[in-house]
Design a binder for this molecule. Sequence first.
Ligand code: 5GP
Ligand code: ZN
Length: 114
Amino acid sequence: MSDCIFCRIRDGEIPSDKVYEDDLVLAFRDINPQAPVHILVIPKKHVARLADLKECDQEVAGRIQLVIGEIARQEGIAEDGFRVVVNNGVRANQTVFHLHYHVLGGRDFSWPPG
Ligand code: 5GP
Ligand code: ZN
C-alpha cells in the first residue's frame, strides 16, 4: 500500500469527491476548501513536485491544463475568473508530495498571494 495520500485516493483506498477522471488525470474536491470551489487536479502517475516533471510527462502536463478549463466551465467559475495554484516544495507550503493543481473559485482573490 502506498504511503502517498493522493496515490491512495487514486487507487480508491481513501474516499474522495471526484469531479473528473480520465486515463491520465484525476480531480477531486479539497477536504479543507479555501474557496466555495476548491478542486485538486492530479496526474495519476506519482510525481512529487511540479519541478520533477520530465520530458516523458509532457502529455499529462498538457492534459492537466485542458482539464482545468473543463472543470472551471463545469463548476461555473470559468467566466467570473478563478485561480490555479501549485505549491512546489517546502518553502511554498507544499504538504502533500504528489503534484496537484489547486483550482479555486467562487470568491475574489487578492494579489500578491501570502
Ligand atoms: P498543498 O499544501 O500540498 O499544496 O495542498 C494539499 C492539499 O490537499 C490541502 O489543500 C489539503 O486540504 C488537501 N488534502 C490533504 N489531505 C486530503 C485528503 O485526504 N483528501 C482531500 N480531498 N484533500 C486532502
Ligand atoms: Zn502519489
